[in-house]
Ligand binder design. Structure first.
Ligand code: URA
Length: 238
């Protein structure tokens, strides 16, 4: 990787603005290869230099990966002339980075949505070839039962003829709540699958996508960067 300005590298982690990065450098809290950095304009190669902020590795990554707990009422899109999108929920320094949502959740669906600028990883997560598991928590207007569980497992055929892959239906309580695991991601798939068994979704939240689990500390609308470990796990598993 080429040499880049230190304040820019620090801001690229999403943890500081460039102004905050400059202030940390001014306070002598940023070390490059063991020596205090002198200014934000100083250049370093993030893949070759050891950059420590308050003694902790900068954790620079070429790409940005954001885990968002998508709230209901916003679109899984990068822009829309009339309605709020998931990008509007991000801080300006993240919004400028060309991030896009990896797949879509319906406007009224909550939960795990990954945003990134890593096109290749996004492609692999979404490719039908890789059958990435996604777990949803659903509330229904009437209970589903054992026969529905078997039908999900055998692979439903929807009213429009769409054949679904085998899916897992784990009923909770009286069957009006369920954990549903899909291995594909067709339009409105959970809603259409339960509707084909006579039950309508009243609330839907995605909990996992492949090896990635929604962080329970994130309330709807909140987000954080993925840890290096989480990125490595996705790369290993798809
Ligand atoms: N299935 C749906 O019906 N909606 C979503 O948002 C995701 C999966």
């Amino acid at each position: 990787m080429s040499l880049q300005r230190l304040d820019k590298l620090m801001a690229a982690t999403g943890r500081w603005s460039r102004r905050e990065a400059k202030e940390l450098i001014r306070q002598g809290r940023v070390l490059v290869n063991g020596l205090p950095a002198r200014s934000g304009e100083e250049k370093a190669d993030p893949e070759a230099a050891a950059i420590l902020v308050d003694g902790t590795d900068l954790g620079y990554s070429r790409f940005t990966y954001v885990m968002l707990n998508k709230p209901a009422g916003v679109l899984s899109a990068t822009e829309d002339p009339r309605q709020g999108t998931v990008l509007d929920l991000l801080a300006p320094e993240l919004r400028r980075r060309g991030l896009f949502p990896v797949g879509r959740l319906d406007k009224d669906t909550e939960g795990l949505l990954l945003l990134t600028d890593d096109g290749e990883l996004a492609h692999r997560l979404l490719s039908p070839k890789f059958h990435v598991d996604k777990v949803y928590y659903a509330r229904l207007d009437r209970p589903l039962g054992e026969a529905d569980r078997t039908a999900f497992q055998e692979g439903l055929t929807l009213e429009d003829g769409l054949r679904c892959l085998s899916a897992d239906l784990r009923l909770l309580g009286d069957g009006r709540e369920a954990l549903i695991t899909l291995r594909e991601g067709k339009f409105h798939q959970v809603k259409r699958m339960t509707a084909s068994r006579g039950a309508h979704v009243t609330y839907l939240k995605r909990l996992t996508m492949g090896p990635l689990t929604l962080d329970p500390v994130l309330p709807p609308g909140a987000y954080r960067l993925l840890t290096g470990e989480e990125v490595a796990k996705i790369r290993e598993n798809i």
